[in-house]
Design a protein around this ligand. Structure first.
Ligand code: NAD
Length: 270
């Protein structure tokens, strides 16, 4: 079923040392793209037991026969992002597909913020969440989109969340920032409408990544993907498929949109 529709393209997937980003990077490589993977540091893939380090993920992706490199650093740090860009371009050349996947509801002390509601969440947590989910996405776009604009083509896919589309509590700040990512997607798409660069978002529903399972109470009734009911958690591959579609030529006229990949969890307009 895998065609090589991304042959000749280079993709950069932030936060791809583990979890959803890793599966997205893998799918893009499978479709023929050269891929730059990224994480905060070399050992981030080990945090929830997925891989020993980024080097191990690089070797795994190379099975698909394309070029793979890795970079590390905080996406909320402009200098670190500039260094990522320098290394990726030196190793793989121009980036055509940018997937902003790094982020999540991880606060200043490492786990989920506690408290995590609107009125009690601590300022340090608000700052870290904003850097990881919104500022980081913006800085990576500011670094990687201008060359796409100059060349007259490219695809940017920002990873939001089902929680961006409805009122929730707890996870208030995280959800608010993901809603901002969705709107930033629309605004950037508008800004680039004459430049041939498409900007879209994917909003995953709750997805069975290692981090997801380690940081929340999981409902065993929603774990089994072989049942016919869509009232379940997503498989990471189901989210990656939407990203792969938006990255390539089949989505060439789709711009400024958000695809909610959540089995119908958010069935409403808007
Ligand atoms: N798993 C889910 O249920 C789910 C649902 C909706 C949205 N999402 C989103 O999907 C993305 C991936 O989630 P996941 O479940 O794979 O979690 P994860 O924690 O395994 O992956 C997130 C990655 O981003 C990296 N990261 C975070 N902040 C960073 C920063 N400032 N600089 C560099 N790297 C940074 C982390 O180190 C990690 O590798 C996140 O943006 C998350 O908000 C996940």
């Amino acid at each position: 079923m895998a065609t090589r529709e991304l042959d000749g393209l280079t993709a950069f997937v932030t936060g791809s040392g583990r979890g959803l980003g890793r599966v997205m990077a893998e799918r893009l490589a499978e479709l023929g793209a050269n891929v730059a993977i990224h994480d905060m540091d070399e050992t981030a893939p080990a945090k929830y037991g997925e891989f020993a380090n980024l080097a191990e993920v690089v070797e795994r992706l190379k099975r698909h026969g394309t070029k793979v490199t890795s970079v590390t650093g905080n996406i909320g740090d402009q200098k670190a992002v500039a260094e990522m860009k320098r290394k990726i371009e030196a190793d793989l050349g121009d980036v055509h597909v940018l997937v902003n996947c790094a982020g999540g509801d991880i606060g200043a002390k490492g786990g989920k913020p506690n408290p995590n509601n609107a009125l009690d969440i601590e300022l340090d947590d608000i700052r870290v969440l904003t850097e990881n989910n919104l500022i980081g996405t913006m800085l990576v776009c500011q670094a990687f989109v201008p060359p796409m604009k100059q060349r007259g083509g490219g695809s940017v896919i920002n990873i939001a969340s089902a929680a961006a589309h409805l009122g929730v509590s707890p996870e208030v700040v995280y959800s608010t920032l993901k809603a901002a990512v969705v709107h930033y997607t629309r605004c950037l798409a508008k800004e680039l409408i004459d430049d041939g660069v498409r900007v879209n978002a994917v909003s995953p529903g709750a997805t069975k990544t290692a981090r997801f399972q380690a940081t929340r109470v999981v409902d065993p009734n929603r774990m089994d993907s072989s049942k016919k009911s869509l009232n379940r958690y997503a498989e990471p591959e189901e989210i990656a498929e939407a990203v792969a579609f938006l990255a390539g030529p089949r989505a060439r006229f789709i711009n400024g949109q958000v695809i909610r990949v959540d089995g119908g969890f958010t069935i409403f307009p808007g």
